[in-house]
Design a protein around this ligand. Structure first.
Ligand SMILES: [Zn+2]
Length: 273
């Protein structure tokens, strides 16, 4: 939830650019992989930056979000290039009255036809979270960090207790930043309704979820930077885990007692250790 004064459109576009650049820097969005969206509920005039107006059918009806605005990366666009020319890579969707369609605002020099093909998964999570919490701001990133995705190919990491006790043990900050741990959903075809449904359910309980053999989705109702940080914290944990596997599991990480001490000191509630 954000309080006024609300950030200007240009500031939000700039932060989307910075997040995209950072995701590329941590090797979480090769080529055109990954997508970003933000939902905001304060009045915003998109036409200064997005003068071309069209109409789209929304992936699902969201009547309670009538009037809400979404800033979404375009299909096939590279997250690392948003910062150079945000409006060439991002669209604004404003939900129409009945919540079944939206106005699609774009720039004359947009380099995409449609918004990201994962918009269905983004919209479903925004909708679920906004109804549950009443927030006026919600940001989502889908990215494909190498080490997290690699570990998702090893069956034992598909069990959430095993996944979290192994990944949250490498640095004291990890459990503080991800107290609900990392969710895990089995492989589903990209953009499928099965992925959409499992993703919504897992993101009710976690702030970041692994999509097996594909990547992650993370969310925040505070800032997009925080979403990118979440991806980075989880990916750093997975990198330690990968290093340890490659080294023949020479290290055991923070002990259960040490992690409990950290949680007691910083008042972190968690169920893994
Ligand atoms: Zn993907």
């Amino acid at each position: 939830m954000l309080n006024p004064p609300y950030p200007e459109l240009d500031d939000i576009l700039h932060v989307m650019g910075e997040a995209g650049k950072h995701l590329a820097a941590i090797e979480a969005s090769e080529g055109a992989a990954g997508n970003i969206s933000i939902c905001l509920r304060w009045p915003m005039e998109p036409r200064s930056r997005f003068p071309v107006v069209g109409e789209i059918e929304l992936p699902q009806p969201v009547p309670e979000l009538a009037g809400a605005s979404f800033l979404v990366s375009g299909s096939g666009r590279r997250l690392r290039e948003i910062i150079d020319d945000p409006t060439a890579n991002i669209a604004c969707v404003v939900v129409n009255e009945a919540g079944k369609t939206g106005k699609l605002y774009t720039s004359f020099h947009r380099r995409f036809e449609r918004v990201t093909s994962e918009f269905n998964s983004h919209l479903a999570v925004h909708y679920d979270q906004m109804l549950a919490t009443g927030t006026n701001f919600h940001a989502i990133i889908h990215a494909q960090p190498v080490h997290l995705t690699y570990l998702s190919h090893i069956p034992r990491y598909g069990e959430e207790k095993y996944l979290n006790t192994h990944l949250l043990r490498w640095q004291p900050e990890t459990i503080i930043n991800l107290p609900e741990g990392i969710g895990f959903i089995p492989f589903h075809v990209p953009s499928s309704p099965e992925l959409m449904t499992a993703n919504v359910e897992s993101l009710r309980r976690h702030r970041i979820v692994i999509w097996a053999k594909h990547g992650v989705m993370a969310r925040s109702d505070v800032s997009l930077k925080r979403v990118a940080d979440r991806v980075e914290y989880a990916e750093t944990a997975a990198r330690y885990e990968y290093l340890n596997l490659a080294a023949g599991e020479a290290a055991s990480g923070l002990s259960v007692e040490e992690i409990r001490l950290i949680c007691n000191t910083f008042n972190v509630k968690q169920d893994f250790f």
